[in-house]
Design a protein. Structure first.
Length: 189
């Protein structure tokens, strides 16, 4: 359905019920079309509750949703980042490489709940089961002087410092970008 993204965005950006009539008016579609869109979103795993005489309300149930992610970012960062969200993908890195041949003016975050062909250094298989977040970041590169190895290590350091600041725990970095906590790898790549 063509309006699924708009309906999900509207529901994700409020914690109050939205009436089917209001959604229909905003999108210039029928209430029956709104109902069909809601059913489709529910069938794909989004938790949307219908409240009699009040409307629809979205409940965050850990299904990846770019609008919920953006709500938790600063306004500036939310505007600068693009998102490509997948429930299952071969590899976020493979997808980033595919997209890297196109010109990107803004950073793009590629996120998936599961990878079927995840890989690590030297192409080694990387188990990527559902229930986690796998992420690759595609950055525009106007310079040809970028050293990707340094960027990978700098990213690991930034994530480690963020975890330390937000959670008051201190992960270690294992070369080149593995984060460890109590000798166990954190699934951040």
């Amino acid at each position: 359905m063509k309006y699924s993204t708009e309906v999900l965005k509207m529901l994700s950006n409020t914690d109050q019920p939205l009436s089917g009539e209001k959604i229909a008016q905003n999108l210039k579609i029928s209430r029956a079309a709104v109902w069909k869109i809601i059913q489709k979103l529910q069938a794909t795993g989004y938790q949307i509750e219908s409240q009699h005489r009040l409307g629809y309300i979205y409940h965050d149930n850990s299904k990846l949703n770019q609008y919920i992610i953006k709500k938790n970012l600063t306004a500036q960062l939310s505007q600068q980042l693009g998102f490509e969200i997948h429930q299952t993908i071969d590899s976020t890195n493979i997808r980033a490489k595919q997209l890297s041949f196109k010109k990107h003016l803004h950073p793009l975050v590629i996120i998936s709940d599961q990878q079927t062909a995840g890989y690590g250094r030297y192409g080694r298989y990387y188990s990527s089961p559902s229930g986690n977040i796998y992420l690759s970041l595609l950055l525009p590169n106007p310079s040809h002087q970028l050293v990707p190895g340094l960027l990978t290590t700098a990213t690991a350091l930034a994530v480690s410092l963020s975890i330390e600041k937000k959670l008051a725990i201190q992960p270690q970095i294992k070369w080149v970008n593995d984060l460890l906590l109590n000798q166990k790898k954190l699934l951040v790549s």
